[in-house]
Design a protein around this ligand. Structure first.
Ligand SMILES: [Zn+2]
Length: 149
């Protein structure tokens, strides 16, 4: 279940959002999507892809998991739901993962890195590592990521 109530939308807007799909009214691209496209074009290594995602995930405005969820949605990077969470791990499912959509050859390393950066900046230790445990492998698919710290 994706949490949509961020307090910014009126009930009418909220209903509209749900009716049209959560991403319908948002820009079709973002700085981050352009960066991923460029990295894929250049053909960087999985490690570099992860690192780029991690840099982009370290957004100072992110405070909690809900912020991460909205950031991913608003920047057209994917729709996140939290499957499990404890004080040492979390499992996320990303619907419409940007990496799969834009065509990644080495699974979704950018997204794994992004989640790692975002988890750090929202208070998890620097030891946090994220790996993709299941990749949808194409546009419109779901990917599952596991974080440990
Ligand atoms: Zn994937």
């Amino acid at each position: 279940m994706i949490l949509l109530d961020d307090g910014k939308n009126s009930p009418a807007d909220q209903a509209g959002l749900e009716a049209e799909g959560a991403m319908a009214n948002l820009p079709t691209t973002s700085l981050y999507r352009k960066r991923i496209t460029e990295l894929l074009r250049v053909g960087v290594s999985p490690r570099e892809m992860y690192r780029a995602g991690q840099e982009d995930g370290c957004q100072p405005e992110l405070v909690n998991l809900t912020d991460i969820l909205f950031f991913l949605r608003d920047k057209r990077l994917g729709r996140m739901s939290v499957i499990q969470e404890s004080n040492s791990h979390a499992i996320f499912k990303i619907y419409d993962c940007v990496c799969c959509e834009l065509g990644t050859e080495h699974n979704c390393h950018y997204m794994a890195g992004f989640l790692a950066g975002a988890l750090r900046v929202t208070g998890r230790p620097d030891t946090v590592k994220v790996r993709e445990v299941s990749c949808g492998g194409g546009p419109g698919c779901d990917c599952v990521f596991e974080a440990h710290w």
